[in-house]
Design a protein around this ligand. Structure first.
Ligand code: NAP
Length: 310
């Protein structure tokens, strides 16, 4: 694969030596290119996904370029697997500088996993749980970056629907999960800040990136069409998407920025539904409840006004 695309030029001079980065969903697409780039910048990269063969190939590729990497498999439809991933990271590393919550997808068929709609689980609850499990392992100036999407625009937070697939729409569920990503990232930023922790949290839209494996979740003909759109002017290449992610993750320009949604390498105003503080707090509490866990960075620590878990 091409691992040195021009669009990554903006981050080639950054030195990440001594840093440890976990890139979820780095067996393909945007995450894979970002993992390669981080390896070249000197970071020790933890590559994640379900596909062991693809993950090991990324690790080998990073090592061939002189970097350090290891693969950890975890299926984001299983809380136990997410907890095991976090445990491995805690055991195998001294601390985490970069947590890139990138794994995600758009699923054609509605399915419940652990009693919860799959898209909401994989795209939102999984990074919520993983981040919570790694909070105490984050280095002081860590950056948490959550991959959202402009698809969140038009969605409204509806936490009553996350336990059903009645009337399921893949795009609707995807947009809702991406709204949750933006709300999660900004609420995490607020709670880290309130707890006096300098670590930052942001989310982003990587552009429309048809060249990744994202389209594999679409029905047969649409999947091929989606990939072909990669050659249409105006769409972003996978490297462009990775450059967007890395700008938020490692650029000195974004080191002190927290609670923002990026698009086109700039902080951008997300939809009104993604700026709703009360909704973000509701999501934070309900996510913990759905996962049967204590509320991370609890209100007592963060000074949040929310007490309602519904
Ligand atoms: N492509 C776009 O136009 C676009 C636009 C906006 C936002 N995004 C977002 O960008 C992120 C990366 O997408 P991409 O375009 O690079 O797609 P991709 O090539 O399909 O990559 C998705 C990654 O997520 C992992 N993943 C999917 N389901 C998983 C599960 N159940 N458990 C663990 N890992 C899982 C995949 O790994 P395995 O297959 O090995 O499990 C893969 O590494 C996603 O969050 C997506 O929503 C993409």
């Amino acid at each position: 694969m091409s691992t040195r695309p021009e669009s990554l030029a903006t981050v080639t001079d950054i030195d990440c030596t001594g840093q440890t980065a976990l890139v979820t969903g780095s067996t393909s697409g945007i995450g894979r290119v970002a993992a390669y780039a981080l390896g070249r910048l000197g970071a020790e990269v933890i590559v994640h996904g379900r596909d062991r063969e693809a993950g090991e190939a990324v690790v080998e590729g990073i090592r061939e370029e002189g970097g350090e990497a290891a693969f950890v498999a975890a299926d984001f439809t299983e809380a136990a697997a997410i907890r095991t991933l976090a445990e491995t990271v805690r055991t195998e590393t001294d601390g985490l500088d970069l947590l890139l919550n990138n794994a995600g997808g758009l699923f054609r068929e509605g399915r419940l996993v652990e009693g919860i709609e799959r898209t909401f689980y994989v795209n939102h609850l999984a990074p919520y749980l993983l981040t919570a499990e790694l909070l105490d392992h984050l280095r002081e100036d860590a950056r948490v970056v959550t991959m959202a999407s402009d698809a969140h625009r038009g969605a409204e937070l509806d936490l009553d629907r996350v336990r059903t697939v009645d009337g399921y729409s893949g795009m609707g569920a995807y947009a809702h999960s991406k709204l949750a990503n933006v709300l999660f990232a900004s609420e995490l930023a607020r709670r880290l800040d309130a707890a006096g922790r300098p670590a930052v949290s942001n989310s982003l839209h990587p552009g429309f990136v048809p060249g990744s494996q994202f389209g594999r979740f679409l029905p047969g003909p649409l999947s091929g069409l989606f990939q072909m759109l990669g050659v249409v002017p105006g769409t972003s290449s996978v490297a462009d998407g990775a450059a967007e992610l890395l700008h938020v993750a490692v650029s000195p320009d974004t080191a002190d920025v927290s609670g923002r949604y990026f698009s086109g390498q700039s902080p951008t105003t997300p939809a009104a539904a993604a700026r709703d503080r009360a909704a973000a707090e509701r999501l934070w509490h309900r996510s913990a409840e759905l996962l049967g866990m204590d509320v991370p960075l609890s209100d007592a620590v963060s000074g949040s006004a929310a007490t309602d878990a519904s």
